[in-house]
Design a protein around this ligand. Structure first.
Ligand SMILES: C[S@@+](CC[C@H](N)C(=O)[O-])C[C@H]1O[C@@H](n2cnc3c(N)ncnc32)[C@H](O)[C@@H]1O
Length: 291
């Protein structure tokens, strides 16, 4: 399986957890703000395989025009395949015209464009003048504070509101063991390791994003959007441990810690096999608009 197909599989598996976790007050506040508009033109930033767009499609009653912005072209191609399946399952005819997908039923029209490029280069990719909203799911914990600030400055220029959901803020295993906090700390530190763009906000994104939004004059709302992963979902729990297993060694300096990590992972995997481990992952949702 290629790296992109593995990522696409993960993005699909997280959909029910995202759906359950999304903060209903934050979402309702955004819907209330947009309800008077006849049609909606929406940017999905870091669209991946289109899960976020698919989530909102049936929640919006107006005609919709979407622009999926994603740096990974293959994920966007998968996104269109999945949107076509979604259309079939939801009673829409679909027509693919090059980089645009048009979905129609007797009442509604949905147009979806795909754009390969960076969220940080939005102005050069699209004319931002006529948009109603930007959404982003599970994206900004990957961004540095500076990158998020750059995006906010761009949104401010076009008075574009933002609904940013499922931004990671922390992990908790249940039951907890003494070593958990150590390895969760390494996992979180890995998200904040130095990369070519700086350090990702990782688990600090909750406070950093909120400060940045207030600082630039955005009004809005912040709320929790937790995942509660029960011991009945060993596949998902094993995948989570897999991310830890891949990432933590990149920042471990001592070999002895690698041995401790292996022992810890082994114990956790054993508990998962016995249906004795569950996990809570904390996230935050943000709704921001301009007055
Ligand atoms: C965790 S995935 C979430 C995908 C999708 N929003 C979802 O909910 O399934 C994060 C996505 O953001 C994309 N991404 C990260 N930084 C980006 C950037 N600067 N410009 C465009 N896409 C970006 C990644 O390629 C990845 O597909």
């Amino acid at each position: 399986m290629t790296k992109n197909h593995k990522l696409a599989k993960w993005l699909e598996l997280r959909i029910p957890y995202d759906a359950k976790g999304r903060n209903s007050i934050v979402e309702a506040s955004c819907q209330e703000y947009l309800k008077q508009r006849q049609q909606l033109k929406i940017l999905d930033l870091g669209a991946g395989t289109g899960a976020n767009c698919r989530y909102y499609l049936s929640k919006i009653s107006q005609d919709q025009e979407w622009f999926l912005v994603e740096q990974n072209q293959e994920l966007l191609e998968i996104a269109f395949d999945r949107l076509i399946v979604w259309a079939e399952e939801n009673g829409y005819d679909s027509q693919l015209q090059n980089l645009t997908l048009v979905l129609n039923n007797q009442v509604d029209k949905i147009t979806i464009h795909r754009i390969v490029g960076s969220i940080l280069d939005l102005e050069n990719l699209i004319d931002l003048n006529t948009f109603d909203l930007a959404v982003a799911n599970a994206v900004f914990d990957l961004f540095s504070e500076n990158q998020f600030q750059t995006l906010l400055e761009c949104l401010k220029k076009y008075q574009l509101s933002l609904l940013a959901t499922l931004n990671y803020t922390g992990t908790n295993f249940i039951p907890q063991t003494e070593e958990d906090s150590n390895f969760i700390k390494y996992y979180d530190q890995h998200m904040q390791r130095l990369q070519d763009f700086g350090r990702g906000m990782g688990p600090d994104c909750g406070s950093s994003m909120w400060e940045a939004m207030k600082g630039i004059g955005m009004k809005g709302l912040q709320g929790e959007s937790p995942w509660e992963i029960s011991s009945d979902d060993p596949v998902f729990l094993q995948l989570l441990l897999g991310f830890m297993e891949e990432s933590i060694p990149e920042i471990l300096e001592e070999a002895t810690l690698q041995d401790q990590l292996n022992t810890w992972l082994l114990k956790k995997r054993h508990m998962i096999d016995q249906n004795q481990l569950s996990c809570n992952i904390a996230h935050q949702d943000f709704w921001g608009y301009w007055e």
